[in-house]
Design a protein around this ligand. Structure first.
Ligand code: COA
Length: 257
């Protein structure tokens, strides 16, 4: 796998995936998008991985955006293709990933970096993190799902203000509007995410996959979220995890998923 992505498997059931271009503040170039897709695909198939944590190498940035140097001479068609391919290979792929993907925002999360964090199922940030969508300062709009996911997460008015101004938000402001779930010191970021990730990994992975699908269906205009929930709820009754979870409860023991 390319060195633009590093995967750490030292914690049971967890994979910590880091974007590794710290000299360019982990900006997403084409190679990194492909490498991230490849890494996620192999983690999807790996039964020993139950939760994925996504972060950036170095102390300064999660990801400072799409690589501006790479796309500055693109035509309209190339720009459209950049957004389409990126959304398909990474951003939508993560949002609909069958295993939980948690963003550990360890510094700047700008443009495509914030869009990457927003595609994850939820986010923790370090106190030094700064988040924003500065694309309009480059004559662009967010192209990796930012115009859709930011209003979903923080509401339309605040999202409009951030997108139009290109302003950066502090970690504290991101916490107060629900963009991130928790803010901790930089040194406590991975430990606190690993704590919640371990708790998640102890639960039924088939039930978690069904929950991701049902929650996401509510944000998809072509789907009926309630209907997806009913079907997914029913499907849980056919899983081994359901038999294990309910029998463990009734026999007063811990389930083994
Ligand atoms: N694309 C390409 N390269 C980037 C980048 C991006 N999105 N963000 C940072 N870099 C590069 C810089 O060009 C610089 O490279 P160099 O050392 O070869 O000159 C290096 O990363 C360090 O960045 P620098 O700007 O020197 O750091 P800083 O601390 O002064 O500023 C930021 C940090 C995040 C405020 C600034 O890098 C920035 O505004 N980045 C772009 C953010 C953006 O507009 N993202 C949306 C893109 S669509």
């Amino acid at each position: 796998m390319s060195a633009t992505i590093l995967t750490n498997r030292e914690h049971p059931y967890l994979a910590v995936v880091a974007i590794n271009r710290p000299a360019k503040l982990n900006a997403l170039n084409e190679e990194t998008i492909h490498a991230l897709h490849g890494t996620l695909k192999s983690l999807e198939k790996d039964d020993s991985v139950r939760v994925i944590v996504l972060t950036g190498m170095g102390e300064k940035a999660f990801v400072a955006g799409a690589d501006i140097a790479e796309f500055m001479n693109f035509s309209m068609d190339e720009g459209k293709e950049l957004a389409r391919k990126g959304q398909e290979m990474v951003f939508d792929f993560i949002e609909n990933f069958p295993k939980p993907v948690i963003a550990a925002i360890n510094g700047f999360a700008l443009g495509g970096g914030l869009e990457l964090a927003m595609a994850c199922h939820f986010r923790y940030a370090s106190e030094n993190a700064k988040m924003g969508l500065p694309e309009v300062s480059l004559g662009l709009i967010p192209g990796y799902g930012g115009t859709q996911r930011l209003p979903q997460l923080i509401g339309k008015g605040l999202a409009m203000e951030l997108i139009m101004s290109g302003n950066m938000m502090t970690a504290g402001a991101a916490l107060s509007c629900g963009l991130v779930n928790k803010v901790v010191t930089q040194e406590n970021l991975l430990p606190s995410i690993l704590t919640v990730a371990s708790k998640i990994a102890s639960n039924s992975s088939s039930a978690i996959t069904a929950a991701i699908k049902a929650v996401n269906a509510g944000f998809d205009f072509e789907k009926n979220g309630y209907d997806t929930e009913i079907k997914s709820f029913g499907a849980c009754f056919g899983t081994g995890d359901f038999v294990e979870g309910t029998s463990a409860f009734l026999n007063k023991r811990k389930p083994k998923f």
